[in-house]
Design a protein around this ligand. Structure first.
Ligand SMILES: NC(=O)c1ccc[n+]([C@@H]2O[C@H](COP(=O)([O-])OP(=O)(O)OC[C@H]3O[C@@H](n4cnc5c(N)ncnc54)[C@H](O)[C@@H]3O)[C@@H](O)[C@H]2O)c1
Length: 259
């Protein structure tokens, strides 16, 4: 059955690939992005986040079936905290009421294998406390130094993965029959990573940090297929899972330590 999906970050990379895949299957997609989307919104701002529900309701007066929160940044700056954590959580929370009339409501977001890399405990704690001013202030301190700045991205993804774990089984999501899950990609060939993998040498260096023994660096369609399944009618019972679609990074780095 044709469904209506809302996808943030729909103008580029993984979000764009997901929109194209779902549209190709006959579904309706409402794309959200800074520019070049059905709804233009800046998810670092209260205005951008606050206007989401009304803008989507205008385009889909009968409600929506799924929310896919993809928009993100990888720069070592405070804005990365604002979009990757607070923007992603606001997208899911603000659009959740629009899912309630769907016969098969679903939600998913994009974490990262970077959640396994070193992160800053103080920043993660501030994000999970929902304290955006404190989180931005901590990110500002981290960003001032090149080395600590590198902790910001992984911290946003670790916090988002934990938010998924803490909320998916609760009354708003499982209690409303909405499977809420996340994907954790390895290195995906998108505008976000193009500078990091521009040469074979650079790509090999990155693969030392993000090992991908299964098929190496992936195209965005790989992640799109998983997001499409997580938010499809077929997924009725996956709850609070962060599914690593990373060519094996999680397995190489964590081994069996998750159990
Ligand atoms: N590419 C990778 O290797 C990789 C790996 C793991 C996770 N991810 C995650 O996947 C998601 C998508 O990344 P991508 O690789 O497709 O990157 P991308 O840069 O191609 O696309 C990101 C999109 O998000 C949008 N965006 C950024 N800031 C925004 C804001 N303030 N408001 C609204 N939209 C905003 C951008 O305009 C862009 O269209 C991100 O959350 C990223 O962290 C990517």
């Amino acid at each position: 059955m044709a469904r209506t999906y809302v996808i943030t970050g729909a103008a580029s990379g993984i979000g764009k690939a997901t929109a194209e895949l779902l549209e190709g299957r006959g579904h309706t997609v409402i794309g959200i992005d800074l520019h070049g989307a059905d709804v233009e919104a800046d998810l670092t701002t209260a205005d951008g986040r606050g206007g989401l529900a009304d803008a989507v309701r205008e385009k889909a007066p009968d409600g929506i079936d799924a929310v896919v929160a993809v928009a993100g940044l990888a720069h070592p700056v405070p804005a990365t905290v604002a979009v990757n954590y607070f923007g992603m959580v606001a997208t899911l929370e603000n659009l959740r009421p629009l899912l309630l009339g769907s016969p098969a409501p679903r939600a998913a977001g994009v974490a990262s294998m970077a959640s396994l890399q070193p992160h800053d405990a103080e920043l993660v704690e501030a994000m999970l406390a929902g304290d955006e001013p404190r989180s931005l202030a901590r990110a500002e301190v981290l960003a001032a130094d090149e080395q600590t700045g590198q902790l910001i991205y992984g911290s946003t993804k670790a916090a988002f993965a934990r938010w998924i774990r803490r909320n998916a089984a609760g009354p708003d999501w499982a209690g409303a029959s909405i499977p809420l899950n996340a994907v954790a990609p390895g290195i995906i060939r998108t505008p976000m990573t193009e500078g990091m993998i521009a040469t074979e040498e650079a790509a090999q260096e990155l693969l030392k940090i993000v090992p991908m023994p299964l098929n190496g660096i992936a195209e965005p369609a790989v992640v799109a297929h998983l997001l499409a399944w997580l938010t499809s009618e077929e997924n009725s019972h996956l709850c609070g899972q962060v599914v690593f679609v990373d060519g094996g990074s999680d397995v190489v780095i964590r081994g069996d330590s998750v159990w």
